[in-house]
Design a protein around this ligand. Structure first.
Ligand code: ANZ
Ligand code: ZN
Length: 802
């Protein structure tokens, strides 16, 4: 019989679908295991091989867990709101709903063709009103707990397209669609107070089983920093300028101050500043730069002194100048710094460029040449209050001094900003808020949820950068739920991050109309046991969803603190040329082409074999063929099945070894070496020339998670009992993993002269017997007498001759 993947795979997929084999029942009597993969954005481009690499890993784990007796939840869904679909709708006039439905169809058939064991009955779609009803509900809870608010901020705006652009649409300061310059426009937008959760999100991290680099990304994103806020008085004014510093030890070395170009002090003191024109020009230039350009790319320092303004150093009493420069960000700390050029690289460059004094306060370096930043070894100087101390102690002492004299206080800062929760676009969840002149911002009553996104004709944003919803008078104008007066609906929609912040909860109870999920189901299925996804999502998505979840826990809406017990990440799949796959490069591999030519099992085996799972991997057509050949050889094992019961003597160690290796490697995400072990097992079966039925059964069982179709088919042809999806995962016996026959080295006077083939457990008598049958080894003993025999069980036979 020939191995014919296209027939076999369709057959088994139909059986799984018909029997609903992978439907997860809410059967609480069984131990559960919840595997989560990042649900795809159903774009027009279809599924790519990156998805396949991302999903196959936990697909393998899911199939293995079921054989281990777990009730497995392995769901999939659609993260379907967002820009590409909306932009496509603008270009074609097709409604995003229609576009989304078409794309979902394509994705569904592609994922099914790959043979994934998803529970298709639990599919969620973030754009489905039954789903986003609860996204809106969560927003309302945040609003009611004062964690959602509106504030002014700057957004990227394209004057020619008249749209607010996301950061990813306005890279390098130009509009992605028309190429014109992007300007910063001030707008009133929604924020979520995620900063209030910074400590909770950081402190829980330590107990989670996240990859170390993922934890690090989370820590850096939140960016907690312990320091002090210090007040610098403005000369001749009854006001002060607070700064945030992690280096209170260096206050004596602060020879100037720098404030961000957006700092409100400029307006407050505009009458006193003698060079306002110059200052305004500088502010306008700074507006054009993104934060990245300001912080990372600013090689050449620029700035303008606020002429006519002086600050007073709180410890030395010295008058120092105040500058504005774009290397100081308004969004961090207080938007102002004390500059210590002797010991900070950026301040040093700035002082050099503008000829500002540099005072050494930590000895050990050469501040004429560069800033001295070795805090571990420097000793304080020129600082009467802390001279002679080490930096660490000086920070402590100076902070206490400032605190006691009302000049400053301890302060913790976070890099993470509040979450800008808005889009001025159509294809998103409407924010359920009503603006009333009398009552202010009023939540849409929960009983009126979902607030349905109205159907419109024109998806283009308005001239003023508002969402197209703003054009719909009949939708916008409502009565205030509070006072009944005329009011208007909020027209901003939620960002794409919203729907993906809680989807894992909905999978636990996808059709619940009364709650986001029932208590019982949340208790049973939660938390997610294993979450795998891309490294590009371990900052924002992972933090946002942990934040929402923690909030839901705090208000008693979910019974567990952290959503994901374990989080891992796959590496990218690069094109055959080693570059990122992209249409323009022409190096994109369509998974369906691979399935059509070689079969889904080959595709799955290949993406698992392609290389270390966490590292980027380069696509190779010849390795795909290699994986197909591997499966051909698996199929051919059927030609050498012996009638022997159990494991044969010759294959026992091989079986136990291979089961152990594959079991452990799957858990450690070392899929490539698991497959390599199975490949070499096939070589050994071929060498011995036979395989027993039980050996074949167990061998195809451990291959089943990776290549379920071919293995189910073999199982059926061989008449093994039941289907593989109903068997148990094979166990190994550690003692039996050891090869029973070994090649024991034989030494004469300390020199290895050859080996004898004996049982691992053989004693010296058996070894001597084997030795006597070996003419070559015996020839070394000719004419000599044996002085001593040293035999180490299972290791070595050493004979001393004279
Ligand atoms: C004086 C000083 C002396 C500083 C020294 C550093 C070295 P992290 O660890 O990131 O919190 N800073 C504070 N606010 C800033 C802002 N809005 N924009 C740019 N820089 C800002 O770093 C805190 C340090 O970053 C602060 O400590 C401040 O410079 C600077 F030898 O103050 B430091
Ligand atoms: Zn009102």
């Amino acid at each position: 019989m020939e191995y014919n993947p296209s027939i076999i795979e369709k057959k088994w997929q139909d059986i799984w679908e018909k029997n609903q084999t992978f439907k997860a029942s809410d059967d609480r009597s069984k131990p559960k295991y919840y595997n989560l993969v990042e649900f795809p954005y159903p774009s027009g481009a279809g599924l790519h091989v990156g998805h396949i690499r991302a999903y196959t890993s936990l697909e393998v784990v899911s199939r293995k867990r079921r054989l281990e007796g777990f009730n497995v939840l392995f769901p999939i869904g659609w993260d379907a709101f967002g820009l590409p679909t909306e932009n496509y709708a603008i270009q074609t006039g097709k409604h995003p709903r229609e576009v989304t439905d078409e794309n979902i169809k394509v994705f569904t058939s592609q994922l099914k063709a790959a043979g994934y064991s998803f529970d298709w009955s639990r599919t969620v779609d973030t754009t489905d009103e039954k789903y986003y009803k609860w996204t809106q509900w969560i927003f309302l809870q945040l609003f009611k707990h004062n964690l959602a608010f509106k504030d002014k901020t700057f957004v990227n705006f394209c004057n020619s397209c008249k749209v607010v652009l996301a950061n990813e649409e306005s890279q390098d300061g130009v509009c992605d669609r028309c190429g014109s310059e992007v300007v910063q426009m001030e707008k009133d937008v929604w924020f979520l107070r995620i900063r209030e959760y910074a400590d909770k999100l950081l402190d829980e991290l330590k107990d989670l089983d996240f990859l170390p680099r993922i934890k690090l990304e989370q820590e850096n994103w939140i960016g907690r920093s312990y320091g002090a806020e210090i007040k610098f008085n403005i000369k001749d004014h009854d006001m002060n300028l607070p700064v945030f510093t992690t280096r209170a030890d260096t206050v004596y070395g602060a020879t100037f101050m720098v404030i961000a170009p957006e700092h409100p002090l400029i307006d407050t003191l505009s009458l006193e500043i003698n060079n306002m024109d110059e200052v305004e020009d500088y502010k306008n230039e700074a507006k054009k730069k993104t934060e990245f350009e300001r912080v990372q790319l600013a090689k050449d320092k620029s700035g303008v002194e606020l002429k006519g303004i002086k600050a007073i150093n709180p410890v030395s009493g010295q008058e120092i100048p105040v500058w504005i420069s774009d290397y100081v960000m308004m969004g961090y700390g207080t938007g102002a710094i004390m500059a210590v050029p002797a010991h900070d690289k950026r301040d040093w460059e700035f002082a050099r460029k503008f000829d500002i004094p540099i005072i050494e306060v930590i000895s050990g370096g050469n501040i004429e040449e560069e800033a001295f930043t070795d805090i571990a070894n420097g000793i304080m100087v020129n600082s009467p209050l802390v001279d002679g101390l080490q930096v660490k102690d000086a920070i402590e002492k100076m902070t206490n001094y400032l605190n006691d004299n009302d000049l400053g206080c301890k302060k913790v800062n976070y890099k993470m900003k509040d979450w800008a929760f808005n889009r001025q676009r159509y294809w998103g969840e409407p924010i359920p808020i009503i603006h009333c002149e009398k009552c202010g911002m009023v939540p849409v009553p929960e009983s009126e949820l979902p607030l349905i996104l109205p159907v419109i004709e024109n998806f283009k944003p308005t001239e003023t950068g508002e969402s197209p919803l703003a054009n719909m008078a009949e939708w916008v104008n409502v009565k205030c739920p509070c006072c009944g007066g005329d009011a208007k609906r909020e027209t901003d929609t939620m960002p794409q991050w919203a729907g993906s912040s809680w989807y894992f909860l909905r999978y636990m109870d996808p059709n619940n109309e009364n709650e986001l999920a029932s208590k019982e189901n949340l208790e049973y299925w939660g938390p997610v046991d294993w979450y795998n996804g891309g490294m590009e999502h371990v900052t924002r998505h992972l933090i946002y969803s942990r934040f929402w979840h923690r909030f839901l826990f705090d208000i008693g809406a979910v019974p567990f603190k952290e959503p994901y017990a374990k989080r891992t990440a796959q590496g990218l799949v690069l094109g055959g040329d080693g570059e990122k796959m992209s249409k323009s490069r022409g190096n994109v591999i369509n998974p369906n082409d691979i399935i059509d030519e070689y079969g889904a099992d080959t595709l799955r085996a290949y993406v698992m074999f392609i290389g270390e799972y966490e590292k980027p991997a380069i696509w190779s057509d010849s390795s795909v063929k290699g994986c197909k050949r591997f499966l051909d050889r698996v199929w051919k094992l059927q030609d050498m099945v012996s009638e022997e019961k159990g494991y044969s003597k010759g294959n026992t160690a091989l079986m136990h070894k291979t089961i152990k290796k594959v079991s452990q490697d799957i858990e450690a995400m070392k899929y490539n070496t698991a497959i390599a072990a199975m490949m070499s097992a096939i070589n050994e079966f071929n060498t011995s020339g036979y395989i027993t039925k039980d050996e074949l059964k167990d061998f195809i069982t451990i291959l089943y998670p990776i290549a379920p179709h071919i293995t189910e088919e073999i199982c059926e042809i061989q008449g093994f009992e039941g289907m593989l999806n109903q068997t148990s995962w094979p166990q190994w016996n550690e003692d039996l993993t050891l090869e029973s026959e070994i090649e024991m080295p034989v030494q004469f006077n300390g020199k290895v002269r050859g080996t004898i083939l004996i049982s691992r457990y053989a004693n010296i008598e058996i070894a001597k017997e084997a030795l006597q049958k070996d003419d070559k080894l015996m020839s070394f003993m000719e004419g000599k007498t044996v002085v001593k025999e040293i035999f180490i069980n299972g290791k070595i036979f050493n004979i001393v001759l004279k």
